[in-house]
Design a protein around this ligand. Structure first.
Ligand SMILES: *[C@@H]1O[C@H](CO)[C@@H](O)[C@H](O)[C@H]1NC(C)=O
Ligand SMILES: *[C@@H]1O[C@H](CO)[C@@H](O)[C@H](O)[C@H]1NC(C)=O
Ligand SMILES: *[C@@H]1O[C@H](CO)[C@@H](O)[C@H](O)[C@H]1NC(C)=O
Ligand SMILES: *[C@@H]1O[C@H](CO)[C@@H](O)[C@H](O)[C@H]1NC(C)=O
Ligand SMILES: *[C@@H]1O[C@H](CO)[C@@H](O)[C@H](O)[C@H]1NC(C)=O
Ligand SMILES: *[C@@H]1O[C@H](CO)[C@@H](O)[C@H](O)[C@H]1NC(C)=O
Length: 324
């Protein structure tokens, strides 16, 4: 069931809404008019700008429909008094205060273009730049924070067989260095130069012998670079293999050898005990020595035999004992 009272209420609400929006717009207009009197900016734009060193750059003033009465550039650089460049359109006058850097100029004739030009950009140009345009509607501001970038020089070399050094020399701001594959042991150092640039150095070593080629990536706002180098077979690795392939086998050989020797001499003794009981084996045992003595001494007799046996005794315990 439609209620006329309700519809009227809705209509009123709608009118109120339109009115309040209009009111808010008009109050904004009032604010604009008021700022004109108090000269606080009606429009304030802030831009953070990064510019590569040795290039030319142009900073813009706000675009206006009405003609600016006065255009002022304020340049605030570190360690320098702030410089002001002003242009007054009604008298076509230009004025400068404390501006010493002739690389900072009007982009063209300020009557045509109020922009500021920096050519070429240097590290010293890091700082704040503000264009203030005084118009009949109020002041329009555009502020820039200018950051000058210096591309680092990237180098990669081996300091040791399995240790590589990647350097990003004299960059601004500091570069980021990453490795592929990641190193087992990495140290990153930074070195500050007096001129605001930094050198970043990353030293990494790879213990795993499978890693033969490594890539160093230098990331910087001015662009990224990748360098690659081939590692050499390392000292650490060869030390390990030296232990593994030379010392270890020798140790094993010595151990096995002594075990075998102990076992052998024990066996000899046990055989000796056995042979005393069984003289048949004795004959076989004696044969080589007996024949040796016989061959070398044609006048083979028992005394000689005993003597020889005694000599042998010193060398081979079992045999000597046996002969006696
Ligand atoms: C209020 O102002 C804004 C911009 O300032 C405009 O887009 C909008 O249409 C205005 N509204 C009214 C109701 O005037
Ligand atoms: C110009 O620089 C001097 C110091 O070098 C300073 O005292 C003065 O206030 C500066 N003028 C302006 C307008 O910034
Ligand atoms: C900064 O200083 C370093 C070391 O003196 C130099 O190698 C580099 O070229 C300088 N950079 C600039 C942009 O002046
Ligand atoms: C390493 O680099 C060398 C030389 O460029 C190349 O011949 C070799 O194939 C590379 N090895 C691997 C594992 O990528
Ligand atoms: C450079 O590398 C970084 C990360 O290492 C990446 O975020 C960035 O997008 C790269 N820039 C360019 C221009 O390739
Ligand atoms: C480094 O590599 C070279 C070439 O492979 C090798 O002759 C040398 O012994 C290695 N040096 C060390 C300390 O491992």
């Amino acid at each position: 069931m439609l209620c006329p009272w309700r519809t009227a209420d809705l209509g009123l609400l709608l009118i109120l809404t339109i009115f309040s929006v209009a009111a808010s717009n008009s109050s904004y207009m009032d604010g604009k008019r008021m700022t004109q009197i108090s000269s606080t900016p009606v429009s304030e734009v802030y831009t953070s700008l990064s510019v590569v060193i040795d290039t030319n750059t142009v900073l813009h003033c706000p675009r206006t429909l009405t003609r600016a009465l006065l255009t002022t550039w304020e340049v605030i650089l570190r360690d320098k008094p702030s410089c002001k460049k002003a242009y007054r359109s009604d008298t076509n006058e230009m004025k400068e205060t404390n501006c010493t850097d002739d690389r900072i100029t009007w982009a063209s004739r300020p009557s045509q273009n109020p922009d500021l030009q920096i050519a070429p950009v240097a590290i010293a140009h890091d700082g704040y730049y503000r264009c203030v345009m005084a118009t009949p509607d109020g002041n329009l501001n555009h502020e820039y924070h200018l950051q000058v970038l210096v591309p680092p020089e990237a180098t990669l070399f081996l300091s040791r067989n399995r240790t590589a050094v990647c350097k990003a020399v004299a960059g601004k701001p500091a570069a980021q260095i990453s490795w592929s594959p990641e190193g087992d042991d990495c140290v990153t150092e930074q070195e500050h130069w007096g001129n605001d640039t930094l050198t970043v150095q990353s030293t990494c070593s790879w213990e795993v012998p499978d890693v033969t080629n490594v890539t160093c990536s230098v990331s910087h706002l001015t662009g990224n670079r990748s360098l690659f180098i081939e590692l050499l077979p390392g000292a650490k690795h060869s030390e390990k293999s030296y232990i593994l392939y030379i010392i270890l086998p020798i140790l094993i050989l010595i151990i096995v050898g002594s075990i075998w020797f102990l076992k052998f001499s024990a066996c000899r003794k046990c055989k000796l005990n056995k042979t005393e009981a069984t003289p048949v084996a004795e004959e076989d045992e004696m044969q080589p020595y007996a024949s040796y003595t016989e061959k070398n001494n044609p006048l083979y007799d028992t005394t000689n035999k005993v003597k020889t046996s005694q000599e042998l005794q010193n060398e081979v315990d079992c045999t000597g004992l046996h002969t006696l």
